[in-house]
Design a protein around this ligand. Structure first.
Ligand SMILES: *Cc1c(COP(=O)(O)O)cnc(C)c1O
Length: 451
């Protein structure tokens, strides 16, 4: 560890308990105090720079200290930092809602705000349950979810998620859900296309809906990419089939676009690739360009209308968070949407994604890489012990950590999920920076798999 970082590390470790971390690891793994960020780069107190290949946990879209988002937040700061959103309103939240409705799948006309992704998932679940109660269907109270899904860490969100690592210990606290095999195309048989596999996997969902529709409020999915579950991907046809089946069985469809929204999969929202409109769509992470905590659940007029009634009927959605619709966060979100419009970001990303995919696919030849897969600006490399049988390395070996540590040495922030190395860079990344992160991943793979 370099000297200039040391005092910060010591002070930190005296009091800060870090997220998703075994704190004892920091006896071995360096903690890195970041002094500033600029574009796709972070810089520590010793002046060492790190290319942020994971967008600071999938939130950052247009770089750190982006001048346009900075200016928007600064201007907002001078006029109003926060106000209660019950009984009161403000221009940033009004304008942001108009702008979101304009770009979301048609029909999602109502915006309910919270301040992080997990809370948005809780909101969507409560809304769906409460809708059915308001229309007289008190029996519809269960949720259908996919294996390997992730929807956040609060108890409701954890219950509908399916990543064992995060869930298992808390199982006694969690509601019972209906879990259906994922359309994850890593599992497809050789010679089968993504579309064929995803379509075939839908039989499980169809069966679950047929069996449980009478008691199910909603199906919740991460459209196209199960990110925390190892960037596992599936074909849009699954979403098309799901939309039709949810309508037929009268079950809501909740699209958790918290990670995949805002251009990550190539379209502004992943649902667009299936041409569908969910009943409830959760957004967060990139919503503010990765600047400030904010989330929103977008829903339809019919769903909203079921809550619109005399107060004493208790049909209202009496859910709130202290910082619901914070004006500073809304200002950052508006600046983010403006950049999408003004810079034709999705168009420019096509060239970046092509370059990223082409470079990353070179790693497919590596003897311990089973697959390199891509959806837009997300590319994942599946590291395995045995390439032909696709046998994974035991998780206890923590081979991803070797890659993480090597990448830090080389000035790149890569943070594999288990045995999956992935790139989810901010959209300001250059082709040269892409080359660097792929090269460093290649070196890291070599080190992680050599013994
Ligand atoms: C990150 C994430 C969440 C949770 O969001 P937080 O802001 O971390 O609570 C929910 N769903 C998906 C798909 C996510 O990637």
């Amino acid at each position: 560890m370099t000297c200039a970082n040391a005092p910060y590390v010591a002070r930190d470790l005296a009091h800060v308990w870090h997220p998703c971390t075994q704190m004892k690891d920091h006896e071995q793994v360096p903690l890195i105090p970041i002094r500033r960020g600029s574009g796709a780069w972070l810089e520590d107190y010793a002046g060492k720079r790190y290319l942020d290949a994971v967008s600071s946990w999938w939130v950052n879209l247009f770089g750190h200290a982006n001048p346009r988002i900075n200016a928007a937040v600064r201007a907002q700061l001078e006029t109003l930092e926060q106000v209660i959103l019950a009984g009161f309103t403000h221009e940033p939240v009004i304008a942001l809602s108009e702008e979101l409705v304009a770009v979301a799948p048609p029909g999602l006309t109502r915006c309910f705000y919270a301040d992080n992704g997990s809370s948005a998932v809780e909101v969507a679940m409560k809304m769906s349950f409460h809708y059915w109660r308001n229309v007289g269907r008190t029996d519809k109270r269960r949720f259908i979810t996919l294996t390997n899904s992730y929807h956040g860490e609060t108890l409701g969100a954890l219950a509908v998620g399916n990543v064992e690592l995060y869930k298992e210990i808390y199982r006694p606290l969690l509601m019972d859900v209906i879990t259906v095999p994922s359309p994850d195309c890593y599992q497809r048989a050789a010679g089968t296309t993504w579309a064929e596999h995803s379509r075939a996997q839908f039989v499980h969902m169809e069966a679950a809906l047929a069996r449980h529709a009478h008691e199910a409020a909603a199906v919740i999915v991460e459209p196209l990419v199960q990110c925390a579950g190892g960037m596992r991907m599936y074909d849009p046809v699954y979403l098309t089939l799901l939309r039709e089946a949810c309508d037929r069985h009268r079950v809501h469809l909740i699209a958790d676009e918290i990670a995949v929204g805002f251009g990550r999969t190539g379209t502004l929202f992943a649902c667009e690739q299936a041409g569908i409109r969910p009943d409830l769509m959760c957004l967060s992470k990139g919503l503010t360009g990765g600047y400030l905590p904010l989330s929103v659940v977008m829903t339809t007029e019919p769903l909203y209308a079921a809550f619109y009634d005399e107060y004493v009927k208790l049909n209202a959605f009496l859910h709130s968070h202290s910082f619901t619709g914070n004006p500073l966060a809304c200002a950052a979100a508006r600046a983010t949407l403006a950049i999408f419009r003004e810079d034709r970001v999705l168009e420019r990303n096509r060239a970046l994604a092509a370059h990223l995919g082409a470079r990353a696919r070179e790693l497919e030849e590596h003897p311990h890489v089973a697959e390199v897969r891509q959806r837009g600006m997300i590319v994942a490399i599946e590291m395995v012990q045995d390439k032909t049988r696709r046998r994974p390395y035991p998780w206890q070996e923590r081979r991803g950590l070797t890659i993480y540590r090597h990448a830090l040495e080389r000035g790149v922030l890569l943070r594999p999920v288990g045995n999956v190395v992935y790139f989810m860079p901010p959209y300001v990344v250059t082709p040269q920076e892409i080359d660097l992160m792929v090269e460093v991943a290649r070196e890291g793979l070599g080190l992680a798999t050599c013994a």
